[in-house]
Write a protein that binds this ligand. Structure first.
Ligand SMILES: NC(=O)c1ccc[n+]([C@@H]2O[C@H](COP(=O)([O-])OP(=O)(O)OC[C@H]3O[C@@H](n4cnc5c(N)ncnc54)[C@H](O)[C@@H]3O)[C@@H](O)[C@H]2O)c1
Length: 407
């Protein structure tokens, strides 16, 4: 067995938990070329960090993320912090010769993303971006079916990612501040579906034809800002919706200057047309990450709220027996990607498994082995960021934007 892969994680909240779980589970469920060691976790809150480290089996913790970068024993720095910190932390880790796994979107701004992509191109460390949905078995199967030509030439990509936690009761967090997040639902949710569209089709978007962004909730309560909150959401970050009261909080508010919804139309180099829609105020939709591909030979549809299913229409079956069929994409170990590493057939998987599957593939890639499916690196995520930027320009300037304009 090669020497262990020692991980340093920055961030201990939503993604901190998802990544801690993923690194901790990878060797338990996958036969990997290196053992993963949860070396040190860094985050800001010293009071909660100790118990967090104990709960998730981290050997140590620190409130200085620079400690991870400076620690020669750490091989990979995992960045799970707000978007405005990705560049600084990833660049420092790459400069220290580490591998870096960074959360999505690659950065809050295209300038940061470009700097990261350039640094990655020159670094000896490998880079990864946590586009975790690629590794849901149903989407991994979709990727395989497209590669096998089961859809033929693709005409349409139709994707939406709808959530509803961003209503007026949700207090101010970094996610509602442009200087910290870059954008709102757009960078948060469209980032995922643009990545999926590029990943599944293997094609690149060449033009955004038009876009609209909208901020519905312009003021949000600042927790600890001098007022009292009654009812309302519990202030959980990352999409959790709290008790949902009707009374509004009193007290100091701050301006929310990111989009709550962002929609755009685009076309691919290969000729396919695409629509993307993201919202954090789409009531009734909790985590509806949906992508559909329509091709000459058939169609595929995925909805994360039924994440173990892949819907497939095969034109070859003809009018009489054709139509949409539900494939339980966790039902055939050895034939459905990742499934042999988990439970008996059709014993469904959940959100966290995408992260574990990805952690396992990262370990393989770092060890020079082939991952199950292509992993997004900084260069790949930069292409997604260019599409996001083109849509923001299209919305602001009310015009079509060619990707060649956005470098
Ligand atoms: N892949 C996904 O599906 C997914 C889901 C949610 C969030 N994300 C991404 O993950 C990242 C983090 O999101 P989150 O929801 O976990 O945020 P969060 O607010 O829940 O947690 C942020 C963490 O960063 C830490 N942090 C902030 N500033 C820091 C600093 N200066 N030094 C060290 N630590 C610092 C905080 O202490 C906290 O632990 C974002 O980029 C977000 O877009 C991805």
């Amino acid at each position: 067995m090669a020497k262990p892969l020692r991980i340093g994680l920055i961030g201990s909240k939503f993604m901190g938990r998802a990544h801690s779980n993923a690194w901790g589970q990878a060797n338990r469920f996958f036969d990997l070329p290196r053992d993963v060691v949860l070396d040190t976790v860094a985050a800001r809150d010293a009071e909660t960090l100790g118990p967090f480290a104990t709960q998730w089996d981290w050997e140590g913790w620190t409130t200085r993320w620079q400690d991870l970068v400076e620690d020669e024993a750490i091989d990979l720095v995992d960045v799970g912090t707000p978007n405005d910190l990705h560049a600084e932390q990833a660049l420092a880790a790459l400069a220290a010769g580490k591998h870096v796994a960074c959360e999505k979107p690659l950065a809050g701004t295209l300038d940061d993303a470009r700097a990261m992509q350039r640094a990655a191109a020159k670094s000896k460390g490998k880079t990864f971006v946590w586009f975790n949905y690629r590794r849901c078995p149903a989407l991994a199967l979709a990727w395989q079916l497209v590669r096998e030509g089961r859809l033929g030439r693709i005409h349409h990509v139709r994707a939406h990612y709808l959530q509803s936690w961003g209503g007026p009761d949700m207090p101010m967090t970094w996610r509602f501040q442009k200087k910290r997040a870059g954008s709102g639902a757009h960078g948060d949710l469209n980032a995922h579906i643009v990545d999926l569209a590029r990943f599944l089709t293997g094609d690149e978007i060449t033009e955004v034809h038009g876009a609209v962004t909208r901020t519905f909730v312009k003021e949000r309560v600042i927790e600890g800002g001098g007022g009292t909150r009654k009812g309302g959401a519990g202030g959980k970050s990352g999409g959790g919706k709290g008790a949902g009261g009707t009374q509004r909080a009193a007290g100091r508010t701050g301006r929310s200057d990111v989009d709550d919804a962002a929609l755009f139309l685009a076309s691919f180099k290969g000729g396919a047309v695409a629509s993307f829609e993201a919202s954090r105020v789409a009531s009734g939709h909790l985590n509806r990450n949906v992508i559909e591909l329509n091709g000459e030979g058939g169609s595929l549809r995925f909805d994360f709220e039924q994440m173990n299913d892949l819907w497939f229409h095969d034109e070859a079956l003809g009018e009489r027996t054709g139509g949409w069929r539900r494939i339980v994409a966790t039902s055939a170990a050895g034939k459905h990607p990742y499934v042999e590493n988990w439970w008996p057939d059709a014993h469904g998987l959940g959100y966290e498994h995408g992260f574990v599957n990805m952690a396992a593939d990262i370990v393989r890639a770092v060890a020079g082995r082939k991952p199950t499916l292509p992993l997004p690196d900084f260069a790949d995520a930069y292409e997604t960021q260019r599409v996001l930027e083109a849509a923001l320009i299209a919305a602001k300037e009310r015009r079509a934007v060619k990707l060649s304009e956005v470098r």
